[in-house]
Design a binder for this molecule. Structure first.
Ligand SMILES: [Zn+2]
Length: 427
C-alpha cells in the first residue's frame, strides 16, 4: 500500500518589475529594511516596516500585485480568499499611500513559510566576515537545471512560501565606483556619493569601509502551490501576480483538483468567486473628467472624423476618448505612474495601432491577459504603451498597460476617464 502523501507541486509567481512599493522610478524599496549586520549592512529580510508605504498603482483595478522581498499585495476579496482557503499562510499588514499618507485598500501579504529551495548557491563570491551572507546573493549555475529542480520540489502541503535564498543586482557601492569609472573615461567630472544615490536610496550615508555592501533590488522568490494558483485563477482573481512562464507545464494532480473544487464551493457560498466589478463610482469619475476636458480644452482643434476610422476598423472607440480628442487633441503627460522623466502621449485616431495588440497577436500571454483585444492609444517614450480592450464591444473599454520588456499586460483602469485621471495624478 502506498502511504506516501501526495506531492505538493509549486509554481513561482512573478509580476512586472515595477512594483507598488518601489521608491520613485528606481527598483529600490520605498520601505527600507533596518540593518541586521552592522558590518556589511545586510538587512532583516523578514522585517515589515510600519506604516507600509505604497508609491504607485494604488488605484489599479488589480486585486493582487507583487511586492518587495517575495511578499505580495492583495485587495479585500483576494485577502478574504487567502484567509479562507489557506488560513494562517500569510500575515497581513495595512498600507498607506506615500504621497497622501492615507490608508489604501491594499494589504501587504507576507508568507509565513520560508523554505530552503534546491539549486542556488553562494559560492565564488566574497561573503561578510561577520554575518557570512554573500556579497550579492545566491546564484544558480544552469538555469534549465535550476528550474527543473524547482518543478520537482515538494513543499509538503505548504501553499504559499518564499525562498530562503535571496538575490540582488549588486551593491550600491560597486555601482558608484563603476559609474565614476565610466564618467572618467568619457571626460565627465565624477559624481558625488549623494548625487549618485539620492534618486534610489535617499539619505544613505557614504560607506566608511570597503565591506559596506548595500545590496540593491534585493529579492526573494515567491511560490504558490499549483492548487492555490489554479484556485485563484478559477475564482477570477484579477492580478498582476502570475505563474512564471518557466512553470507553464505544471499541472494540478487529481488530489489537487478535489481540493480546488472543495475550496471553490466554500468561496462560492461566501460570494467570493467570479470577477469583481470596478469599485470606482461612475458619477465621481465622470464629473472629474468633464472638468478636466473643460480646463484643458484647446481652441482651433481640427474636427476629427472618428466615423471613418471606426468604420474602416469595425470598432467603436470609447466615447470618452473621442470627447478627449475633440476637446484637447493629442496630449502628453509627464511622470505617469511615478516614472520620473517619462512622457506618455495620447494619440490621435490616425496614429492608433489597430493591429499589433489584438487578441492572439501577443505571444506568451495567458489566461485573462490572452483574452484582451487591444487597440493602442497612448505611448510611453520607454517603449511601453496603453491599450483599450475592445473585446467587450461596449462604448467604454477597460485599459491595459503593455510592458514591452516583460511582454505583459497589466490592468490599468476601468475606463478611459479613469486612465486619464491616473495619468494626471501620476499614481
Ligand atoms: Zn554582514
Amino acid at each position: 500500500m502506498n502511504t506516501k502523501s501526495p506531492k505538493t507541486c509549486c509554481v513561482e509567481m512573478v509580476g512586472p518589475d515595477v512594483q507598488m512599493d518601489q521608491h520613485g522610478s528606481s527598483y529600490d524599496p520605498a520601505n527600507r529594511l533596518p540593518a541586521k549586520c552592522q558590518h556589511c549592512s545586510f538587512p532583516y529580510l523578514d522585517f515589515v516596516p510600519q506604516p507600509y508605504l505604497l508609491t504607485k498603482g494604488v488605484v489599479s483595478p488589480s486585486e493582487m500585485s507583487p511586492a518587495q522581498m517575495g511578499n505580495f499585495l492583495v485587495r479585500k476579496r483576494a485577502r478574504q480568499i487567502f484567509e479562507i482557503v489557506v488560513p494562517q499562510a500569510c500575515a497581513f499588514y495595512p498600507t498607506i499611500e506615500k504621497k497622501t499618507k492615507k490608508p489604501t485598500d491594499w494589504s501587504l501579504a507576507v508568507p509565513k513559510a520560508i523554505l530552503a529551495m534546491p539549486g542556488r548557491k553562494a559560492d565564488k563570491q566574497p561573503s561578510c566576515p561577520k554575518c557570512h551572507e554573500p556579497k550579492s546573493g545566491y546564484a544558480f549555475e544552469d538555469h534549465a537545471r535550476y528550474i527543473a529542480q524547482l518543478r520537482q520540489f515538494d513543499s509538503q502541503r505548504v501553499d504559499v512560501f518564499k525562498s530562503q535564498d535571496w538575490d540582488s543586482s549588486g551593491t550600491a557601492e560597486d555601482d558608484f565606483v563603476s559609474v565614476n569609472r565610466e564618467r572618467k573615461k568619457s571626460g565627465m567630472p565624477p559624481q558625488s556619493w549623494k548625487e549618485h544615490i539620492q534618486w534610489a536610496i535617499p539619505g544613505l550615508e557614504p560607506p566608511t569601509h570597503p565591506q559596506r555592501w548595500t545590496r540593491r533590488h534585493l529579492s526573494r522568490n515567491l511560490f504558490f502551490s499549483i492548487r492555490l494558483e489554479q484556485l485563484l485563477k478559477r475564482a477570477k482573481v484579477k492580478g498582476q501576480l502570475v505563474r512564471s512562464y518557466a512553470f507553464k507545464e505544471v499541472q494540478p494532480s487529481s488530489e489537487d483538483e478535489k481540493w480546488i473544487e472543495e475550496k471553490l464551493r466554500l468561496l462560492a457560498d461566501k460570494g467570493l468567486t467570479g470577477a469583481v466589478k470596478p469599485t470606482q463610482k461612475a458619477g465621481g469619475i465622470q464629473s472629474w473628467f468633464q472638468q478636466f476636458l473643460k480646463r484643458n480644452a484647446t481652441t482651433g482643434q481640427k474636427s476629427v472624423r472618428f466615423a471613418a476610422v471606426e468604420q474602416k476598423q469595425s470598432i467603436t472607440l470609447p466615447q470618452a476618448y473621442k470627447d478627449f480628442i475633440s476637446a484637447v487633441g493629442s496630449k502628453s503627460f509627464a511622470d505617469v505612474c511615478g516614472m520620473e522623466g517619462s512622457t506618455t502621449t495620447v494619440l490621435l485616431p490616425h496614429r492608433l495601432d489597430f493591429k499589433n495588440y489584438r487578441r492572439g497577436m501577443m505571444p506568451y500571454l495567458e489566461g485573462e491577459q490572452a483574452e484582451v483585444d487591444g487597440v493602442m492609444f497612448a505611448e510611453i517614450d520607454s517603449g511601453d504603451c496603453f491599450v483599450f480592450d475592445v473585446s467587450a464591444k461596449a462604448s467604454d473599454c477597460s485599459i491595459y498597460w503593455y510592458r514591452h520588456e516583460e511582454n505583459d499586460l497589466e490592468p490599468f483602469a476601468a475606463n478611459f476617464a479613469e486612465c486619464i485621471k491616473r495619468f494626471v495624478q501620476k499614481n
